[in-house]
Design a protein around this ligand. Structure first.
Ligand code: COA
Ligand code: MG
Length: 294
């Protein structure tokens, strides 16, 4: 399995057609949705279809290196236990928790997952968790609570703009220049910083206008440039744009190699220069990250 899935594609759990399409999307991770993309009346069907899909793609998907994730319903809906009971039989790599309210909820869900891992013979701790940390104003103001609390299953943090926007009664999420407005910049920055502080994956939110290729590409490039490890997607057409944005260009690889080589050629030197540019330890760290070396 890839270390960090870059592209995370949502797929409604009750759509047979879309579930069938998943292997050809090229998404590094698939998030089969039981929450907002599924009508209340369709939840039981979606649970069954999602479990079947997980079972059917266990081997095939692992070989193609596509991670199988499921978004369950929020804790306060009372539906999340039924969701987990249905899908854990298919041993998903992870569970996305929407409208997450903090570490206590993560531990509550983790305890349930623990029981189900036992029941289904899944190694203890294998199932990871990815919360959506920004979907209510209260949650958005307490993202830093994820920094230190004990949550061994936590794989990363991600955020969403749609639900928070509805809670705020905001009529816009981006300004006339396409930049996030203040509440969204605030939660995006917190998600990024807290995930890095904790050492888990920071995953940027989706670009909702999926027919806008340039917008999706710009959002994915900004995500990587700002330090996110991956990004959510709603439509297969966004997946190659995200994968490409997160792949270093030849130019970036060359520049990173030159930095690493310069330090290697000057052992014991902390700061030096390359083509008139000062280089010190953060530059070396950044260059190694681009090359994927420690
Ligand atoms: N996963 C897998 N396949 C998808 C897909 C997805 N998320 N979105 C679209 N497709 C498929 C369609 O079924 C269609 O297949 P076809 O060529 O065999 O007919 C093809 O890709 C092109 O789709 P298109 O016609 O452009 O879009 P649509 O009108 O069928 O669907 C959405 C648009 C937004 C409803 C759809 O992309 C979707 O369901 N996205 C995910 C929604 C979701 O899970 N939201 C929750 C998180 S915010
Ligand atoms: Mg939502």
């Amino acid at each position: 399995m890839r270390a960090v899935p870059r592209s995370w594609l949502f797929v409604p759990g009750d759509s047979e057609k879309k579930l069938l399409k998943t292997p050809e999307t090229g998404a590094h991770a698939l998030i089969i949705d039981l929450e907002d993309a599924v009508a209340l009346s369709a939840k039981p069907t979606a649970r069954r279809m999602t479990r079947d899909w997980l079972e059917a793609h266990k081997l095939q998907i692992t070989m193609r290196k596509q991670a199988r994730w499921v978004r369950i319903n929020a804790v306060d809906t009372g539906m999340w236990q039924e969701d987990l009971a249905a899908v854990m039989a298919g041993a998903p790599e992870g569970i996305m928790l929407p409208k997450a309210e903090g570490p206590d909820q993560i531990r509550q869900v983790a305890a349930e997952i623990y029981e189900l891992e036992q029941r289904h013979g899944i190694p203890n701790g294998q199932t990871r968790l990815l919360p959506l940390v920004s979907e209510t104003p209260r949650a958005a103001l307490t993202i830093s609570a994820y920094m230190d609390a004990s949550m061994p299953r936590l794989a990363g943090l991600t955020w969403g703009a749609e639900d928070l926007s509805a809670e705020l009664g905001a009529s816009r999420k981006r300004d006339s220049e396409g930049q996030w407005t203040d509440p969204f910049r605030f939660v995006r920055a917190q998600t990024l910083l807290v995930a890095h502080a904790r050492g888990v994956w920071p995953i940027d939110t989706l670009y909702a206008d999926f027919r806008d290729e340039d917008g999706t590409r710009r959002a994915a490039e900004a995500a990587r440039a700002d330090g996110f490890a991956g990004m959510l997607a709603v439509h297969p057409s966004q997946v190659p744009l995200i994968n490409e944005a997160f792949t270093p260009t030849e130019e970036e690889l060359g520049a990173a190699r030159a930095i690493v080589d310069t330090f290697a050629a000057n052992p014991g030197v902390g700061a030096l220069q390359l083509n008139g540019r000062m280089l010190d330890q953060p530059h070396l760290k950044q260059a190694k990250a681009v090359l994927g070396i420690d």
